[in-house]
Design a protein around this ligand. Structure first.
Ligand code: SF4
Length: 325
């Protein structure tokens, strides 16, 4: 990933380990030493199966959970060095959850939930109905819905309220965690268009987290593919999708059905399930599922390899394959 443009977010060697089991003797490495940058007004798509650690990354950046170690910079400032009240940081960094239902109180009217961030940050100037109507207009919702309860809205409308809440305090950075996952395809497309429009109007940077590759392809400028707490491949979106180098990325892409009905069905290369992080493998963590594994793979963790401009992969054989191609 390029480090040359002005980066809004910079993360260095981030780790989040959880202890579990009797006497906390077992260590789960949910995130295990990842580094990346997100330039202003750009989107990093973080993709991987459920259990890969991508949501934990988003929560660490927002300090909803505390990282075990690492460095996180926002506008050049080390946010982990900031102790105590994180309110000022929260004003600039927001999250949109997958489950708008779960993040809304069913007993509180839409208008009150919508304006809550403005109230918390003391930014509400008294024009309550007007402010709510303006926010709803921004996300293409009728102001008539503001006096309803969440269950009286459709899933897409609730998700738009979640987006309106997030942008109400004008943040520079938003973590969108599976923000369109629970919606049908048409509403999903509308949601992505909305997020892109808001990005171009306001210069917001997104960390877009999803297991859905077509969504990542549409939303992201750069992509990080994650597996069991580590990156396995990073690069520009077009390089990841047009010339995936890592066997895991290739396997994920092979599992995406083609939208062309005339296309020959692809062979799904993704074998088995993501293993439990409680029993990590030695060497490359993908080796039990990798169709291209060699002897070295179960013994030595692969180093990061440069395989093209802003394109990196963590695989013992990747540069050999490219050289041979
Ligand atoms: Fe597969 Fe080996 Fe590459 Fe891991 S290092 S992805 S096991 S070929």
């Amino acid at each position: 990933m390029s480090h040359t443009k002005k980066n809004l977010i910079k993360v260095k060697n981030l780790k989040k380990h959880f202890s579990s089991g009797l006497f906390h003797k077992t260590c789960v490495k949910a995130v295990d030493g990842i580094s990346f940058c997100i330039p202003s007004g750009k989107t990093l798509g973080m993709v991987g199966e459920s259990g890969s650690g991508k949501s934990t990354v988003g929560r660490c950046i927002l300090r909803l959970i505390e990282p075990t170690c690492g460095e996180i910079y926002f506008q050049g400032k080390d946010i982990l060095a900031t102790k105590g009240d994180h309110r000022n940081l929260r004003k600039q960094m927001q999250i949109i959850f997958q489950d708008a239902d779960g993040s809304m109180n069913p007993r509180i009217k839409v208008i009150d939930q919508l304006l809550e961030p403005l109230r918390v940050h003391k930014l509400l100037n008294g024009q309550i109905k007007e402010t709510a109507a303006d926010l709803m207009k921004l996300v293409n919702l009728s102001a008539d819905l503001m006096d309803r309860y969440p269950h009286e809205l459709s899933g897409g409308q609730r998700q738009r309220i979640g987006i309106a809440r997030a942008i109400s305090i004008n943040p520079g950075f938003i973590v969108a965690d599976e923000a369109a996952a629970s919606l049908d395809l048409l509403v999903q497309a509308q949601m992505m268009d909305l997020l892109k429009r808001l990005q171009s109007e306001r210069g917001i940077s997104y960390l877009y987290i999803s297991h859905n590759l077509p969504i990542i392809r549409r939303m992201a400028d750069t992509v990080a593919v994650m597996y069991l707490g580590r990156f396995v491949e990073t690069g520009k979106t077009k390089d990841i999708f047009n010339s995936p180098a890592h066997p895991y990325t290739q396997a994920l892409l092979s599992a995406v059905p083609s939208i062309n009905p005339l296309a020959r069905p692809k062979k799904n290369m993704l074998r088995g399930e993501i293993p439990s992080p409680l029993q990590p493998s030695c060497g490359c963590s993908f080796h039990p599922r990798c169709s291209q594994a060699g002897t070295i793979c179960s013994q030595i963790i692969p180093e990061k390899r440069h395989i093209g401009r802003d394109h990196w992969a963590w695989c013992h054989f990747v540069s050999h394959k490219r050289a041979a191609a």
